[in-house]
Design a protein. Structure first.
Length: 205
């Protein structure tokens, strides 16, 4: 990665809805690796998700905008929702690198993604265009299966993969949607502004 270049993190996801786990991971990555900013990129059409269970993209954009509003280092990007067709990480990275050739990009993901990325569209492009920051539970960075996978990806794709230690946060968008559906509280699981938006628009009920 280039010395003195701008360092931009990429936090992609369906964000259906965005929750504090996403925000904490982004903040931890920014602090640990000295990122200048983190782009939050809600997916447009995700080929890996059922379209019936995903809120419309303008709704997910609005919730993401509210969630990151108080952090000047977090930036909302419409790059995927504005694009027609399925959202592919390799295409998004290629567009970002073309638009900002003087920026180094850091793709933020859970460590479990490392076991799936080889099956994503054109994984060689993904690893060529960014450093991957993989979140692991504190103390699990020495996991032999994970270490073997990282070595394999480095060897096959010349991937630059670095680990982020994170405390385990047992929050998921699936659980949040279920709790809303059955009338349970989701307080402290996502920002108050996002909860208010969900209530106002009667989402996930």
């Amino acid at each position: 990665m280039g010395k003195g270049k701008k360092k931009t993190g990429i936090m992609g996801g369906t964000f259906n809805p965005i929750h504090i786990g996403h925000l904490l991971l982004a903040e931890n990555a920014k602090e640990t690796f000295g990122l200048d900013e983190v782009l939050f990129i809600p997916s447009g059409l995700s080929y890996m998700k059922s379209k019936t269970e995903v809120a419309p993209k303008d709704i997910r954009m609005a919730m993401t905008r509210l969630a990151i509003a108080d952090n000047p280092s977090f930036v909302l990007s419409p790059i995927e929702v504005e694009r027609e067709g399925n959202s592919y990480t390799c295409d998004t990275l290629e567009l970002l690198c073309r638009a900002e050739p003087e920026t180094d990009f850091y793709f933020i993901a859970g460590a479990d993604s490392l076991f799936a990325m080889e099956n994503w569209k054109q994984p060689e492009k993904i690893f060529r265009h960014c450093t991957v920051l993989a979140s692991v539970r504190e103390g699990s960075g020495d996991d032999s299966r994970l270490k073997a996978k990282i070595l394999y990806l480095k060897d096959k794709f010349h991937a630059d993969i670095r680990l982020i230690d994170m405390k385990e946060i047992s929050i998921s968008s699936t659980d949040i949607r279920h709790r809303i559906q059955i009338g349970k509280s989701v307080r402290y699981m996502l920002p108050d502004s996002v909860i208010a938006y969900i209530q106002e628009h009667h989402l996930y009920q």
